[in-house]
Ligand binder design. Structure first.
Ligand SMILES: C[S@@+](CC[C@H](N)C(=O)[O-])C[C@H]1O[C@@H](n2cnc3c(N)ncnc32)[C@H](O)[C@@H]1O
Length: 220
């Protein structure tokens, strides 16, 4: 089963997808392969973003005219594929992830989609990979979907590396609704970050109730 938003009944989830651009064969196969891996317990079932979020991110990337993008947390490559498809032909996406095994799946689908030359993957701890990048305005768009307790550090590290008006998307900022009564370190980190970002003068901020919550930050 592909990931679903906790905010939608199964029927409304199906309706949302049926009312959006349908996935092509590459995306259909990637979602199916990841779902099969999850069914066999080989990958977590909750990692991949929902299809309506992927479609939204592709559209947003194109609408922004983003040329250089960065993703933190790539997994089997679905969100990266969506961002890369929204970039122009000479655009580029830098993906940071620690898992060689999961991103091997990603590489196969990026190649099949004809996107391999638009995406660079760096394996290793994303905090270190990000810190090693020049602290100068480089990226028009960033998507963060890795370790939740690391989100505040990712936001801080991304700020100098974004172009003026650049966008950061933070995934899972509703934590399946548990931000209202956070119990785990991950949930507390997200709830604290949400509260801080609402009044952070560095960013224009909106938390969109899409999928598991997608916060959009615009660098002032
Ligand atoms: C939720 S999944 C990403 C899902 C992906 N965006 C998608 O839609 O398919 C989180 C990913 O973050 C990676 N990750 C977690 N902590 C990390 C870290 N400190 N550095 C690099 N990657 C990390 C994991 O290996 C995993 O692939």
């Amino acid at each position: 089963m592909t990931p679903r938003s906790f905010l939608l009944t199964p029927e409304l989830g199906d309706y949302v997808r049926a009312s959006s651009e349908p996935p092509d064969d590459v995306v259909t196969d990637l979602l199916a392969e990841t779902a099969a891996l999850a069914d066999r317990g080989e990958v977590p079932a909750t990692f991949q973003i929902a299809p309506e979020q992927g479609t939204f991110m592709q559209l947003l990337t194109a609408a922004l005219g983003a040329r250089r993008a960065i993703e933190i947390g790539t997994f089997t490559g679905y969100s990266a594929l969506c961002i890369a498809r929204g970039l122009p032909e000479d655009g580029s996406l830098l993906c940071l992830d620690v898992s060689e095994e999961w991103t091997a799946v990603a590489r196969r689908y990026w190649a099949r989609a004809g996107l391999a030359d638009r995406i660079e993957l760096r394996l290793g701890d994303a905090h270190e990979s990000l810190a090693a990048l020049p602290a100068e305005p480089t990226f028009d768009l960033a998507f963060v979907d890795a370790d939740k307790t690391g989100y505040p550090a990712y936001v801080d590290a991304l700020h100098p590396r974004l172009t003026p008006g650049g966008i950061v998307l933070l995934d899972n900022t509703l934590a399946s609704g548990r931000v209202l009564d956070p119990q785990s370190d991950n949930e507390r980190a997200i709830a604290d970050l949400n509260a801080a970002l609402a009044t952070d003068p560095r960013w224009e901020t909106v938390l969109l109730p899409l999928a598991d919550g997608l916060t959009m930050l615009r660098k002032r």
